[in-house]
Ligand binder design. Structure first.
Ligand SMILES: C[S@@+](CC[C@H](N)C(=O)[O-])C[C@H]1O[C@@H](n2cnc3c(N)ncnc32)[C@H](O)[C@@H]1O
Length: 322
């Protein structure tokens, strides 16, 4: 397979290569879909490349509605999926999943399995939680949600020296891998090779892999924790499910020792199938990024608040001295 050496940064494919090559993430979604979709009607919100729709179709889903708001991605998913599966088994709906026009295209009460990977570094950034609410009317009381629980945990080290924190090198490999659907993988790869430059009017440059890595390094300032012992104290601070009616995306946390270090870790699960994914194991997400990793905290109560979808971040505020 030829390497895709260069993907213009404004093309959606540049966002997808990391996520579709992330083995733990793909395994979580594929396992849960394989256990649930046979002969069922599936909704895939934010289909991107179409990978989750492909897993569902492969596992025998009767029909998949796949929604995508980015027109380039919607076109990519449609082309690639049509090359691999009978196009009477799926429908790509281009548009914002939260708009009435999109929701109205799906029959009420028809969805047996709801799958969405609308997750980012701050967990709630792309509206995973809101999407459950938006599509309530098209689901029914036995709908299986993948995932069906979004958990935020505080990892708390009372003693962690700087030299225990080893920033990991983030390697960017422009080769798509770990999809484990050869036909889909090839079709996607060929689509990217043929289309990314023409669609974006950029001259396709013959970049070396090294340049591609430099490019991603400059886009994401990443610091992963590697080889660090997990802390003794791990506290679950948020757990939202499709049934949660009042989701307060904020929490308070007490620090009682000087120079404590905390990090936020995310975990998603599908309790119906028993599958679970911790973001610290993901290759697609970088949970130990500086913004959600706080060092040298003084004793006191801290309030963490998730600030809207637009800014996609957690803020921390010290409430008092203890
Ligand atoms: C994290 S990516 C996941 C893509 C794909 N499902 C996968 O697993 O590789 C999220 C996708 O959802 C799309 N998306 C985010 N918010 C959306 C919305 N409100 N309506 C439709 N698509 C949305 C993004 O454009 C992106 O393609």
């Amino acid at each position: 397979m030829a390497e895709i050496d260069y993907i213009p940064s404004h093309h959606p494919a540049s966002e997808y290569t990391c996520m579709i090559s992330d083995a733990p993430r793909n395994t979580f979604y594929r396992n849960a879909l394989t256990k649930t979709v046979k002969d069922k009607i599936v909704l895939d919100v934010g289909t991107g490349t179409g990978i989750l729709t492909a897993y569902a179709l492969e596992a025998g889903a009767k029909f998949v509605y796949a929604i995508e708001r980015n027109p380039l991605s919607a076109k990519m998913a449609n082309t690639v999926l049509s090359q691999c599966y009978d196009s009477s088994r799926f429908k790509i709906i281009e548009g914002n999943a939260r708009s009435k026009e999109v929701i109205d295209q799906i029959p009420k009460g028809s969805i047996d399995v709801f799958v969405a990977e609308l997750l980012g570094r701050a967990m709630f950034d792309q509206g995973q939680y809101e999407s459950w609410k938006s599509f309530e009317t098209v689901c029914h009381k036995h709908t299986v949600y993948i995932p069906d629980s979004l958990v935020v945990e505080v990892y708390h080290w009372e003693q962690l020296n700087d030299n225990q924190i080893i920033p990991a090198e983030v390697t960017y490999n422009p080769i798509i891998k770990n999809i484990n659907l050869p036909k889909f993988e090839n079709a996607l790869h060929n689509y990217l090779l043929q289309n990314i430059s023409t669609e974006t009017n950029e001259v396709k440059l013959s970049y070396s892999t090294k340049n591609a890595s430099e490019w991603i390094d400059t886009r994401c300032t990443l610091g992963q924790l590697k080889h660090v012992n997990l802390p003794e104290k791990i506290t679950r601070v948020i757990n939202v499910t499709p049934k949660t009616t009042d989701s307060t995306l904020n929490f308070q946390y007490n620090i009682d020792k000087n120079n404590s270090v905390i990090a936020l870790n995310n975990r998603i699960s599908c309790n119906v199938t028993g599958d679970q994914l911790e973001f610290k194991n993901c290759e697609r997400l970088f949970p130990w990024m500086d913004s959600f990793f706080y060092k040298n905290l003084k004793p006191g109560t801290y309030e963490f608040t998730f600030i809207s979808e637009e800014s996609k971040t957690w803020t921390i505020k010290k409430l008092n001295l203890s």
